[in-house]
Design a protein around this ligand. Structure first.
Ligand code: F6P
Length: 360
């Protein structure tokens, strides 16, 4: 019953407008503990980084020094873009003197970056890909940022951050920002997956969808088919299967965050399998595939290396890569079944000395 003194607020949309990212993060915790305050402060800083990157991207074609390459090559052997450097530095800057994060590890840095003034109290590590899909920047297509938060374990006295070499289940939170027609922030603290849209007039991320659930199956398969002859036969068999069956459609943007976002909302599967040149594929475990795997599991989907649950994979180094199959449960399982089937036939044929094992 409405209290007689209470003003009536009929506008549900007003309530929605007031659910900002920071309020939502705090609501995820049952009480106002120091951990709740820390995580909420970290998420606010990530949101600030996202707003700064979004602002720069929206003006990239108008400002000098934003598009194109720096002429450097990063630790992955990839040419570095000016936006990669800018976005990487933004993440570092927003965490300086925060007392929150002692170490940051990113695709753009060979070794973790320590913020010594934070280290006595900052017990968290931020892992991130500042600009995912940066080949899209120069042509005004979508790109993203991916992040993962882990608790620092031990003192890390030798500065090697070995405690990061653990499975994805160690993540406390993960998420991404999609810089598209609007800027979208998606995150999970292990209690569902939630999305927010940046309202530029307010400078706030406003709740768009709570507890996103991925469909069990979707029409989309998202893969770089240019690598067809570099894949294992199992993946080629899967691709021939979707070519020959109705109800499948290909979508691939060259930016993982965009392709993943489509699949999270509409179902389907994204694959980056191993290739002859890169047997572990291209996607980095700690700051690309593990954060997305946490999100997809929280949304009721599945993430796999093709042969094991992705969140069980343990990296042997900071920039380790794994093959990635991620998306709707049924679609991921279908890809896995092709891999298992092929592996079994291959080992049977090796035992019996039969040469031909290809099915289709
Ligand atoms: O990992 C970086 C990345 O740019 C992803 O965003 C994207 O899905 C993939 O690489 C594209 O790689 P390729 O050009 O080999 O298909």
């Amino acid at each position: 019953m409405q209290h007689p003194q209470q003003p009536v607020i009929p506008e549900q949309s007003l309530d929605r407008d007031c659910t900002t990212l920071s309020r939502h993060v705090l609501q995820q915790f049952s009480s106002f503990t120091p951990e709740a305050q820390d995580i909420s402060a970290i998420m606010n800083r990530i949101a600030l980084a996202a707003k700064l990157i979004s602002r720069r991207l929206s003006r990239a074609g108008l400002m000098a020094g934003t598009l194109g390459f720096t002429g450097e090559t990063n630790v992955q052997g990839e040419s570095v873009k000016k936006m990669d450097v800018y976005a990487n530095d933004v993440f570092i800057s927003v965490f300086k003197q925060s007392g929150l994060v002692c170490r940051l590890a990113s695709e753009e840095m060979d070794q973790p970056y320590y913020i010594p003034e934070n280290c006595p109290i900052g017990r968290y590590t931020l892992l991130y890909d500042p600009i995912d899909g940066s080949s899209n920047v120069d042509i005004n297509l979508n790109v993203g940022s991916i992040f993962s938060i882990r608790q620092q374990e031990g003192e890390d006295l030798d500065g090697e951050a070995k405690d990061l070499l653990q499975s994805g289940d160690k993540q406390i939170a993960s998420g991404y920002v999609l810089y598209g027609p609007s800027t979208v922030f998606v995150y999970s603290l292990g209690k569902g997956v939630h999305s927010f849209i940046l309202d530029p007039s307010l400078g706030e991320f406003i709740l768009a969808e709570e507890n996103i659930q991925i469909p069990e199956h979707g029409a989309v398969y998202s893969v770089n088919e240019g690598n067809y002859w570099q894949w294992d036969e199992s993946i080629r068999e899967y691709i021939r299967y979707v070519h020959r069956h109705e109800g499948y459609t290909a979508r691939y943007s060259g930016a993982l965050v965009g392709d993943f976002h489509r699949i999270l909302l509409q179902g389907g599967v994204f694959l980056y399998p191993g290739t002859t040149n890169k047997p572990e594929g291209k996607i980095r475990l700690l700051y690309e595939s593990a954060p997305l795997a946490m999100l997809i599991e929280q949304a009721g989907g599945k993430a796999s290396t093709g042969t094991q649950r992705l969140l069980d994979a343990v990296p042997d180094k900071l920039h380790a890569r794994t093959p990635l199959v991620i998306g709707s449960q049924q679609d991921v399982e279908l890809v896995e079944s092709f891999i298992t089937d092929w592996t079994r036939r291959k080992s049977d044929s090796e035992e019996t000395g039969t040469a031909k094992v290809a099915k289709v």
